[in-house]
Design a protein around this ligand. Structure first.
Ligand code: TRP
Length: 467
């Protein structure tokens, strides 16, 4: 049995560093920026409910599967699947799935970096006092002005990409721990402060109702987006968590750790939503604003409270750090793979990959300005049914990449990983890696991986196709 492989990329000093890194990966723009605007777009409570169900029944088993595959093989996702499949007497072609996942991660990074750049931009704007005493119209116009300027977006997108690449080039294991140990807890504290502020707006209960009252008519509409976002939020489906699992010490309890990370990530999403919506309502903004939601509601709040300027700077610094620690985990799987495959220097591999993502990211930059009118998938009526993948009327470049990655590739990647753990690796190998003491809990975890999660993913796809 080859259960004691060693990673060539180094390893975390302890389980806690894994927790820190995995939390750093999971908690990011997905929780703070994307979750609230998707809740707003897909009808509040209905979306939240489906999202939570997808986290528990699908996202969590996928996360367990990914981590255990990674830790057993101790290599980049594509090589991990190859080695373990061959060991179990299956085809090496399993690695193609993981390869597709690693490409997906790079596509996600291309737009992630642009939005990470917005948060860098807002640190400076906050510091200048641009938002002191603003009205809700002014914050909206401000965001409009920021994204209308391709040079400005490109500048911050470039800076964000460079900051992420620097850590990767030096090796994730060395770079992450020091930066995250203080920053992640601080981000939680700031979110709680923001939540406290929301409670004073007089619209807190309106926000809570918006997030938790659900309208059953809208359940189906948000099904696939919510499942896709569950994957996005937990960083699963592309091998991010798998590569972090590969650096995890042997013997550390995997299941408890993974469940803890997933809970923390979900908690941050819910707190971010509960903090944001009361502000949105108090300011008279629309919850279905779209990707700008966080960038208009928060500056409004910070612009109109005592010490808001300072708190705003701190907050956007923390958001940028959360985004940065997630971006790193998007780049790492492919970097690790190419380092294993080609023996080219890590720094060099990182440079070329980051450059490619940066280049594709320009498409997202332009989606908000010079290519604003360029819409894909538009039929004559303005609404195109992509094989009934929901009415997606006129997606821009960013919309296409987001749609393809979150709604199609992440669930497919997740499907591959749970099927691999549940059916290819077999019960004993999984038991050995998971190290769950209670036989009942193990049976439950294995059942989720083998049946519930794969069937769940297929059912959501089917519901989307035949609704
Ligand atoms: N989970 C991160 C966030 O919520 C983004 C992210 C990092 C990600 N790694 C990933 C998303 C892998 C999908 C797949 O901000």
């Amino acid at each position: 049995m080859s259960t004691d492989k060693v990673s060539v990329h180094g390893g975390w000093a302890s389980r806690w560093v894994f927790v820190l890194a995995a939390t750093g990966s999971a908690v990011g723009l997905g929780s703070i920026w994307k979750f609230p605007y998707m809740v707003g777009m897909y009808g509040g409570g209905a979306f939240v409910l489906v999202f939570l169900a997808c986290i528990a029944l699908i996202g969590l088993p996928v996360m367990l599967a990914e981590t255990l595959i990674g830790r057993r093989a101790r290599q980049s996702p594509a090589n991990a699947l190859k080695v373990l499949a061959l060991e179990a007497g299956h085809s090496a072609r399993w690695s193609w799935w993981a390869f597709a996942g690693m490409i997906t991660a790079l596509l996600i990074l291309s737009f992630y970096s642009v939005v990470g750049g917005w948060s860098l931009d807002y640190i400076i704007d906050m510091g200048h006092g641009d938002f002191q005493g603003v009205t809700s119209d002014q914050v909206g116009a401000y965001f409009g002005k920021v994204v209308a300027d391709p040079w400005r977006l490109t500048f911050w997108h470039t800076l964000f990409m460079v900051l992420s690449a620097v850590v990767i080039a030096r090796g994730v294991v060395a770079g992450l721990e020091r930066s995250l140990r203080i920053m992640m807890p601080l981000l939680f504290v700031m979110l709680l402060v923001l939540l406290g502020y929301s409670m004073t707006t007089g619209h807190f209960m309106q926000g809570v109702h918006f997030m938790f009252d659900f309208n059953s008519e809208r359940l189906l509409e948000g099904l696939l987006p919510a499942m896709g976002h569950a994957f996005f939020s937990l960083s699963v489906g592309v091998g991010s968590i798998m590569i972090y699992g590969a650096y995890m010490p042997k013997g550390a309890s995997l299941s408890g750790t993974v469940v803890g990370v997933a809970l923390l990530d979900t908690f941050v999403s819910l707190v971010a939503g509960m903090a944001l919506f009361p502000i949105v309502f108090a300011a008279g903004l629309s919850p279905s604003e779209g990707p700008g939601l966080m960038f208009v509601s928060l500056p409004f709040a910070f612009g109109n409270v005592a010490f808001g300027q300072l708190m705003g700077v701190v907050f956007f610094v923390l958001v940028a750090i959360a985004a940065w620690s997630s971006a790193i985990s998007l780049l790492e799987p492919m970097v690790a793979y190419l380092v294993e495959r080609t023996k080219v220097r890590r720094a060099w591999v990182t440079f070329w990959l980051a450059f490619s993502c940066w280049f594709v990211g320009l498409g997202t930059v332009f989606s908000f300005n010079i290519w604003q009118q360029a819409k894909f998938f538009v039929s004559e009526g303005g609404v195109f049914h992509l094989y009934r993948w929901g009415a997606i009327s006129g997606l821009d470049f960013f919309g296409v990449i987001d749609f393809f990655t979150s709604r199609i590739m992440l669930p497919l990647g997740g499907l591959c990983f749970v099927v691999f753990a549940g059916w290819v690796m077999g019960r004993e190998a999984v038991r050995d890696e998971l190290s769950i003491r209670s036989p009942v809990m193990f049976a439950l975890a294995f059942f989720l991986m083998r049946y519930i999660a794969p069937i769940g993913i297929l059912v959501v796809f089917a519901a989307q196709l035949w609704k």
